[in-house]
Each structure stands twice: as C-alpha cells, then as structure tokens.
Write a protein that binds this ligand. Sequence first.
Ligand code: MG
Length: 357
Amino acid sequence: MAGSLPKAGSRWSLGRPLDFRHGRVEMSHGAGGRATTQLVETLFQTALGDMGTQTGDDGAVLPPLAPGERLVMACDGHVVSPLFFPGGDIGCLAAHGTINDVAVMGARPLYLTASFILEEGFPLADLQRVAVSLGRACRDAGVAVVAGDTKVVERGKGDGVFIATTGVGALPAGRNIGGRQARPGDAILISGTVGEHGLAILAQREHLQFASEIVSDTAPLHTLIDALLAAAPGVHVMRDPTRGGLATVLNEIARQSGVGIDLDEAVIPVRADVAAACELLGLDPLYAANEGKVVVVVRAAEADAALAALRAHPLGRQATRIGTVIEDPQGFVQMRTRMGGRRLVDWLTGEQLPRIC
Ligand code: MG
C-alpha cells in the first residue's frame, strides 16, 4: 500500500472509528490512505477471516501443491441486482460461483481473491453484510480468502457494490474433465431442479408475488462433486448452468465436443412454483440461471453409480438423467417434448434476464 508509513515507535491511529450503522462509503475509502486501511482492517479482515492480506503485503504467498497436482484458476465478476435476494446476496453468490467454477473442473477449491468496486454513498452496514456473507461462504467451503482489493467510484457511477473474484484450486494428477470430452453414448445428468436462482432474482427485482417465495439455489458444489467423482471416475464433463441456464450449457458442450445432445423434456426437474412463474412470465426454465446445480456428462456404464452418488448428497436429491450424447457434427441440442414432438433447444439469443449473477 502506497503512502507515508508511520515512523517506528509512533502511534498509528486510524482516526475516528467506522460508523457501521449510519456510515457510508466515501471516496477516501478507495484512496489507499488511512481510510482505506481502516475499512480493510475493521470491516474486510474481520468479515473475511484469515486473509493472506492480513500480512499487509501486496500479494499472498501460497504453499506448493502436492506432487502431480496442477493449478486451476477461474475468474468471475458479480453485478447481480438486487444485491440481496431470497436465499442469498452478492457476497455468498460471488463465493459460490467462483468455488463452483473451480469444482466443475474436477479441482479442489483452495483460495479466493475478491476485489470490491464500491459506489460512493453505499451504506457501510450493507457492505458489512455482503463481506460477512462472502467470508462465511468461503469458510464453510474451506476456502481461504488470500487477497483482496477495494476501489471506490463516484456516486452514480456504480450500483452499490460489484465484486470481482478469482478462484484457485488443485487438480489431482491424471484428472481430465472438460467441455471437449463428451462422447456419443454418454449420459447427461442434472443434479436437481432448474431455474430457481433466475426466477428468485426476477421476482425480487420486479416485486412479483407468487403463492410461495422462490428462493435462490446458490450453494457450493464441491462436496457434491467429490462424492460424484468417487463413485464415477469416468465423468467426462461437468459445468454449472449459471447465466443462460441448462440450455446454454448443453449447447456449449455440444459445440466444444462436436456432438449432438438428445434431451427428454418430461424428465427435466423443475419445481412447480418455478414452472408456474415461467409460464406466467413467458420464460423458459431451461434458460433460467442456477447457482447450485451441476450438469454431468458421464460414460453410460457409470451413469447409475453417478446418479446414486448425487442423490445421496443433500444438494443432489433430485438428480435426474435427462438425456444422451449423440453423434451430430453440427452440434445440435434437440429435445423430445412433453407433447411427444421434437424441437431444437437453441442458444439463448439476446438477454433473457440481465444482471442475474
Ligand atoms: Mg461456470
């Protein structure tokens, strides 16, 4: 951190304490001086726990991996609106989204960095809630926040808080999971019902009232994935169907692997409240975001073992086999509809739900 450091032996005072009840983010909180240090030390380090940044150095020094392991890194930007929604907030969402991107590569999530872009005037109480939520989500997942940064933009030039994260994980030797590994004959599984996160955000944003409150599914998936890979080492692809939903992820995999995908609409799990809300709003749950689900492409011979492992975990109770990888160099995703017809499940065009994560 730049700026004049106190002389040895002098008293290093941070000035008046932060007012967490009525205080607001000020431009000085991003200026790198005393106010920034005060914000970092009294708000972020308390909320985020054992940060590497507590050393006060410019970077975190991390221990070596086990022999044969490789590093996996993922980065993510979080701009969700509203910041607080049923089932979560931008803080835990930032942690879960990044942890899940590392976990679906087959890696063990280890570290996270978080860069907070704050808008002048944002209530410190809300910032504290967000930071505490991010810190708790990381601690619960056994992931250390090892570096962080804070910047402040002028009032009207941000929207409260944006969070940019990097996730780091360790990939065991010999593990090779990725979007190019799908093969004709592979089974396609989803770990649970689709669309809750997208509809929870939309309902909150538009003040929509449904018979029951739709709650985001935001959750860290790494323990579910651990159980899955222990039971089915022949998993070829995993991906978390976030923005763009299940349909988008399946199109990505089909394109990357140069295969087709054949889905069965009748078995794709959708909660009744999500289905009803989608019907009302003219949305398709296949394109709605999820933050606690994983799509799995696995060798057919291991499909039953994979399903059983998913269903034995609290986050995978409604895991279902929803389709099969087929030969199709054009990479189409097609679906047998509930009515018995067939239709293409195309890429999302345009933006169904902006600022969903
Ligand atoms: Mg992802």
